[in-house]
Design a binder for this molecule. Sequence first.
Ligand code: SF4
Ligand code: SF4
Length: 197
Amino acid sequence: MPELTKKPTEYYFKAVKLNQLDDSLQQEIKLKCGVDVETCMECGKCSGGCSNTHIFDITPRQMIKLIKMGREEPLLSMDSLWTCVSCQLCVDRCPSRIDIPRVMDYLREKACQQGIKPTREQVKLFNELMLGSIMKTGRVEESLLAVKFNLKTGNYFKDADLGRQMFFKGKLKAFGPRVKNLKKIRQIFNDTIQKEG
Ligand code: SF4
Ligand code: SF4
């Protein structure tokens, strides 16, 4: 995929002719994520309620609009892919219950598969370590995750003092309790890998 020559938002504001709209991305999202963006009313409640929209370059509402417009290029390169925290607030507020974090997940995965460089390398690393922890132990081992993240990013003592204080206040455990059905969780990962592979 060629490098973007414009900011993602410039794609959003570019005029398009209605008879030139391409609905293939909209159909793909419907098929792969089970999300029908056609039901979006553009009310903006998702963007208004989003916990991280202040650091997004493309808001959730704009994202849905770009999908309708078939503009995949800016969507795969947007910073919002790496700053959405899947908190589900947008889904709760949406009158059509459009699952925006599911779409974010799908687009993030697609961007990775196409070798598009993430705007925030460290977020990608954190995401990989977190998923690795869930696959291995069934939960996020916070202490271990923080240590691994610091080692990989070369910030060996980042938040060490805060971690120590949390540990002594009982807010941080060295190892969390194991989940009951780890096999089931690993099965979910394997099924997903097979489905998307
Ligand atoms: S809240 Fe739902 S319907 Fe409203 S703009 Fe966002 S996605 Fe569309
Ligand atoms: S799931 Fe993502 S897009 Fe939705 S409100 Fe949370 S941070 Fe915003």
